[in-house]
Design a protein around this ligand. Structure first.
Ligand code: PMV
Length: 318
């Protein structure tokens, strides 16, 4: 029996604009994650989604994204056909902007590889997971599968025609992030589709907003490198204002963002697709508990506190 894990993720800045070619920065969230366990089975290939209490055979649901991903992974690993049982669990809120689908996929691929006595590099895991992300997102930028597969802060830019530019991000100081889940589930494909419609109706305005977000991401990379927490906070606030302008925030998200500010956060914004899902606040350690309490008071369904450690070195991704 073997087990593999993948973390949740937050997009620190740049979501939505990243779909239109701007850069974005994402960080792994180790406070939550997905686990895949592979064990010998009795017949065929079985997937057990333990959180949902579901179990089925892959050949009964060949188009289910996790089933298709398991089949493709086994083909790539050399077509192992012995009966296997794959058990999947996750503590990541679903359809909330924290990469739950991508993390389940990455854990599944890594566990199947480990069971076959192989290790796949992060880029290969990420490419396999991307295919199954298409089911949930339509045309995902690829940032989710990348950050959960590499499991470290990344700079991500989609470049024509296909290959993305993925670079490690260096953090001069650790980040204390307090994540507030609105409890409102909003599939990413809905908000991405809404932005696409509005962008088609008013391309010039949207291009300017996307470019403004791109500049924030560039400035954020420098602030992260320099460990300038105050600057990071200001950039998060500016990014949230632009996400409001492009129409992907919601009253619940705005309420949580305001509550975080009231409790002393350095900055706060929605993260991921928006329309619901999660927001996060950057807080100094001495304000972390107050921000957490304020988010719960303001109606957060769940609060997750996480620390993104400062970079140990300038290690490269590959
Ligand atoms: O909602 P999430 O965490 O899957 O994030 C989506 C990020 C978007 O930029 C809105 C879409 C994408 O594919 O990058």
């Amino acid at each position: 029996m073997v087990q593999a894990h993948a973390p949740g993720k937050l997009i620190l800045c740049g979501e939505h604009a990243v779909v239109y070619g701007q850069p974005a920065i994402a960080v792994p969230v180790f406070a939550v994650g997905a686990t895949a366990t592979v064990a010998p089975g009795t017949s065929g290939l079985t997937i057990n989604l333990q959180d949902l209490g579901e179990q089925w055979r892959v050949d009964e649901h060949p188009d289910q994204p996790l089933a298709a991903l398991a089949t493709r992974t086994l083909q790539m690993l050399g077509g192992e056909t012995m009966p296997l049982r794959i058990m999947l669990r996750s503590t990541i809120p679903i359809a909330s902007g924290m990469g739950s689908g991508a993390a389940l996929g990455a854990a599944l691929v890594q566990a199947l590889a480990a069971y076959s006595g192989r290790t796949l590099d992060a880029a290969t895991v990420s490419a396999l997971v991307y295919e199954s992300e298409r089911f949930y997102h339509g045309t995902p930028s690829g940032i989710d599968n990348s950050v959960v597969s590499f499991a470290r802060p990344i700079w991500y830019q989609r470049e024509a025609p296909a290959a993305p530019r993925i670079e490690p991000i260096t953090l001069g100081t650790g980040l204390d992030l307090v994540i507030g889940d609105t409890g409102v589930r909003c599939p990413t494909r809905i908000t991405v589709g809404g932005v696409r419609e509005r962008e088609r109706a008013d391309p010039d305005t949207y291009r300017q907003w996307f470019e403004a977000i791109g500049h924030i991401v560039v400035d954020m990379r420098a602030a992260l490198h320099g460990g300038e927490l105050q600057v990071m906070g200001t950039l998060l606030d500016r990014n949230h204002a632009l996400l409001q302008a492009i129409g992907v925030s919601s009253p619940e998200l705005d309420r949580l963002v305001a509550a975080a500010h009231g409790a002393g956060a350095l900055g706060a914004k929605l993260s991921g697709g928006g329309g619901g899902g999660v927001m996060f606040a950057l807080a100094r350690p001495e304000h972390r508990d107050a921000v957490q309490a304020a988010l719960l008071d303001a109606g957060a369904a769940r609060v997750i506190v996480t620390h993104v450690p400062a970079s140990a070195s300038e290690a490269s991704l590959v």
